[in-house]
Design a protein around this ligand. Sequence first.
Ligand code: SF4
Ligand code: SF4
Length: 459
Amino acid sequence: MVDVSDAESPPDFDPVEPNAGEEFDPVDVFPDSTEFDLRPGSDSCYKCSTCDTNCPVAEVDDDFPGPKFQGPEQWRLKQNEDDYRVDDSVMDCSNCMRCDNACPSGVPLSQMHNTARGEYVAEEMSKTSVEYWRNRVLANYRTSAWLASKVPSVANFAMNFGPARWLMEKTMGITAEYEFPGFAAETFRDWWAREGAAAGSRERAREARERRGEDVDADKRVAYFHGCYSNYNTPEVGKAMVRVFEQFGYEVVVPEQGCSGTPMFANGMLPDARRHAEVNVSSMSDLVDQGYDAIASCTSCSMALRQEYPELFDIEGIEDVAAHTFESVEYLRIHEDLRGEIAEADVDGDLAAEFAYHAPCHARNQGLERQSVELFRDLDGVGIEDVGDSCSGISGTYGWKEEKHEKSMEIGEEMFEHMEAAEGTTGMTECPTCAMQMEHGTGYEIRHPLELLEAALVD
Ligand code: SF4
Ligand code: SF4
């Protein structure tokens, strides 16, 4: 049972509308089996190569055979050769998932890649290799971040200490090019506990509903999936999420949670991802049963809960959680007159800026690539420009790998150029690692849309 013990028992409620009527329909590529068997999915491919021409890695890496090979072709080979081994090039896919979006035939490419990568790591990759342990460390960022959060100032110094970074690059293959993200002096969860957690939120939400002239007993409740980065590195994003939702009269709970699994999928660490998914699904499905919807501020986290979990794991409650998971601004767009309130608002101070907005690939996969630009173009005091549909290139852990960093920057080049051509020198995106790449490539400060919503709408 989820611990929301600091809240009173939730009131009786009617079931919450699942969403705007567009129910998520996960791809079922292994319908009769819990074994990984992707052969049925490969039959839908008619070899048009659209996925290959949309793959950012294939564009910069001549040795990467592209998504068509990684997906349907490889699984056809598997079908025909009993002793076929997954090709090691599957480790070069960054899991940006752009091929999913590009395929006109609905071939479940990223599901195939994730499954093949999991099989490659489990069966082919040496568990004593430096690459395996480097990938494991990168994929389990939550563990390092948890440790660092105990002594944030020491960690911040050590992780950006030149000789230490040089050593990490030479021995582990973690690039020294990026500045290591700073750890917050206080995590989001510690701040949340100080704010009275669920009980405090309930009170503030009721006051907001009263102020807004709404039914004070209205059933407006969300469970926040903050992910690792908002908890350990950018708690200001989590705080903005809470304040904005409470302003609209929503009671927020912050259940027990692990990593979304996104960096684990990208590195073929499926048992690690499953362990975290079990915690997340268990927490969230309990709350979904009680009438809550799950809200994420990171588009890769919402993508994992909505699509990758049901595609890869068979865990009780997983379909319900997927159907009740939303990206935070998307949720407000569906349930509130967000555009109307934005049109009445204005912003001053340091967020009164011209923003160069980048839509993360995982936001595109959820159909969210235009929402920030469409929302904020009506907001007084700010300007916002979409910098195009290219990939930022970092794809979570991909750009952190020493042997891939240069390719990652090459992929990001178009985005950097468009950012520099846009008005202003502040960037905006929903994804924390895209933000890292944007900052690294341009030197701009990068903000999250929730921070701008907070500045515009919260009293
Ligand atoms: S997920 Fe991205 S990098 Fe991987 S094959 Fe598809 S488009 Fe290419
Ligand atoms: S885009 Fe789809 S149908 Fe075309 S080659 Fe790629 S997987 Fe096959």
